[in-house]
Design a protein around this ligand. Structure first.
Ligand SMILES: [Zn+2]
Length: 234
């Protein structure tokens, strides 16, 4: 588990990596979880939360509703009393446990998606009722917590990012941290919209961009990639 701190005392802990990263954002007595990983990681995720002394979660924020992000939402809501936050475009998917569609951004991932669709056209996970719906922006203000959520669509229509203390952005699958020198994800429904979302994220003062897959991206790399891809897509 790796932890980052901000100047105002927020702690961002990557409590799970592997299939998908799960982040815990804490400040004083407020606990916020971002994403849940997939079913196979449920036990270890619960164990790590308990090990950190977390018995209650104030919020669970879903960056989007793919199975490797939302599969344990219902269980975490029940066990830790988390209020669930999801973007409006994908609230219905979460409530019915439907995996929102994926599309490859290159030849290989496009064929992979077609193959997966043939093998299992109906991918589902336990449905989870939601509590709060985000449109373009939501400011989460409670006790000493002041963070905001931004709609950053492209990977999926309801993808969103969490801006912690205007320093660290948790970006879900809007970016990847797997390929050296690149943040471009292998899957996105709307690439143009996703590049625009990078621009939106660069308007914050964040200098670290933490994706759900792979390691953290620094601002310089995101700027470089944004410049390159916004030119190509003109
Ligand atoms: Zn995804």
């Amino acid at each position: 588990m790796r932890t980052w701190s901000t100047k105002n005392g927020f702690k961002v802990t990557r409590i799970l990596s592997g299939r998908s990263n799960v982040f815990l954002v804490t400040k004083d007595n407020v606990n916020i979880l971002v994403d849940t990983s997939s079913k196979n990681y449920r036990r270890v995720l619960n164990k790590r939360l308990k090990r950190l002394g977390i018995n209650q979660l104030d919020y669970l924020i879903l960056t989007h509703t793919h199975i490797d992000h939302a599969s344990n939402a219902d269980q975490l809501k029940k066990t830790f009393g988390a209020r669930i936050i999801v973007q409006r475009e994908e609230a219905g998917y979460l409530a019915s446990g439907k995996n929102i569609m994926i599309r490859g951004t290159n030849l290989f991932t496009r064929s992979l998606v077609n193959l997966l669709k043939q093998l299992n056209p109906f991918i589902t996970y336990p449905p989870c009722p939601y509590d709060i719906v985000v449109d373009t922006r939501l400011d989460l203000k409670m006790d000493s917590i002041n963070l905001h959520l931004l709609h950053t669509p492209g990977h999926t229509p309801g993808s969103m990012s969490i801006i912690v203390d205007d320093e660290i952005a948790l970006v879900g699958d809007a970016m990847f941290g797997v390929f050296k020198g690149s943040i471009f994800p292998p899957f996105a429904l709307d690439v143009r919209q996703m590049i625009q979302s990078w621009g939106k994220l660069l308007q914050t003062n964040c200098y670290l961009f933490m994706p759900s897959h792979g390691s953290v991206n620094k601002k310089e790399l995101v700027q470089k990639e944004y410049k390159k891809w916004s030119k190509i897509l003109k």
